[in-house]
Write a protein that binds this ligand. Structure first.
Ligand code: PBG
Length: 325
């Protein structure tokens, strides 16, 4: 057969395959999301996320130490708040002596080089489980919520957070938080905006982990419609104008086109959140022997990189780091 073009020649050995490989994932790209619980010497596994634990502060510090020695240097922290500390205004979120802020301070004291990405949203702290303030009719209030988010973000910056991560999807929150931070001279504290965060079924295991599911309704008046991609450009433009340092797409795998769209359109680094449900799917199938979990993980992370994300928040971070040693 006369074939002048034979693409298979570039696949004939591992060395050549390595030479022509276009994309790769490194531990430098990964952020490890971690769940925090009150107490001492306590850890418990999230039932729907095998291998992922909620840690008390002391054990979280040990886990961070282990992860740092594996090369993971960035962590996104989420608190599991006891019901009795929740209220309508999420006031525990700016309680300087509370679990979350205390833990951020401890981490930064023990590991100054660890990069801590905080979470700004009301849901772990609010009685309703919504990310914003709720009025008597069940409407999520935007502008009133900004004040709460602002207090929360400032308290996190004071505790030592390196990057503030607003995950709430209220309009105007990036600019609002940026100006509060700047007014208090936190000009070096970054903002990783959850730019295109979709109203997704893939957050289920996360809400189990934090016991933060909405007590009524859904999040569709603030999180984006999964059918929309052009709308992500509107969110991206606003975040750029309002001073975001990173643009995030969440979830990752069902939204690779959105990652690519933001990557093509904007100059800021794109982050993607490989969320709890994406982790649970692979783990469940692997536990059943239905697919090779490690290979599926590596292929998944690579696909997210390939689509244009520079940074990946993933519950696979530690497992990936262990495999790449
Ligand atoms: C809420 C928040 C959610 C996640 C991160 N921050 C869930 C939600 O919006 O209900 C989900 C992350 C995951 O599923 O891994 N502010």
């Amino acid at each position: 057969m006369e074939l002048s073009r034979r693409p298979r020649r570039n696949r004939k050995s591992q060395t050549i395959r390595n030479l022509v490989r276009e994309h790769s994932v490194s531990v430098d790209d990964l952020v490890f999301p971690m769940f925090l619980i009150p107490g001492n010497n306590t850890k418990n596994e999230v039932a729907s996320m095998p291998g992922i634990f909620r840690f008390s502060t002391d054990l979280l510090l040990k886990e961070i130490d282990t992860c740092m020695s594996l090369g993971i240097k960035a962590f996104a922290l989420f608190p599991n708040i006891p019901e009795e500390l929740k209220d309508a205004r999420a006031s525990e979120s700016w309680n300087d002596k509370g679990l979350y802020l205390n833990t951020i301070r401890s981490i930064k004291k023990e590991f100054p080089e660890a990069c801590i990405i905080s979470d700004v949203a009301m849901d772990p702290y609010s009685t309703t489980g919504h990310d914003g303030l709720v009025d008597a009719n069940g409407t999520i209030l935007n502008d009133e919520t900004l004040e709460v988010l602002g207090k929360m973000a400032l308290a996190q910056a004071r505790a030592g957070a390196d990057i503030i991560g607003p995950s709430d999807m209220m309009d105007g929150r990036v600019g609002y938080i940026r100006s509060l931070l700047d007014d208090e001279e936190f000009t070096d504290v970054s903002i990783m905006s959850y730019t295109a965060k979709y109203a997704s079924a893939f957050y289920g295991p996360f809400r189990d982990a934090l016991n933060s599911a909405p007590k009524f309704g859904d999040k569709k008046t603030y999180q984006m419609d999964p059918a929309n991609v052009t709308e992500a450009l509107v969110e991206g433009e606003l975040d750029v104008l309002e001073g975001a340092d990173f643009l995030m797409v969440k979830p990752a795998l069902p939204y690779l086109d959105v990652i690519k769209t933001l990557y093509d359109e904007f100059d800021l680094p794109i982050a993607a959140y490989n969320v709890s449900g994406e982790y649970a799917m692979i783990k469940a199938a692997a536990q059943n022997g239905w697919l090779d979990g490690e290979k599926a993980m590596q292929e998944t992370l690579l696909s997210i990189k390939r689509s244009g994300a520079k940074i990946i928040l993933s519950y696979f971070a530690k497992e990936f780091a262990l495999l790449s040693r």
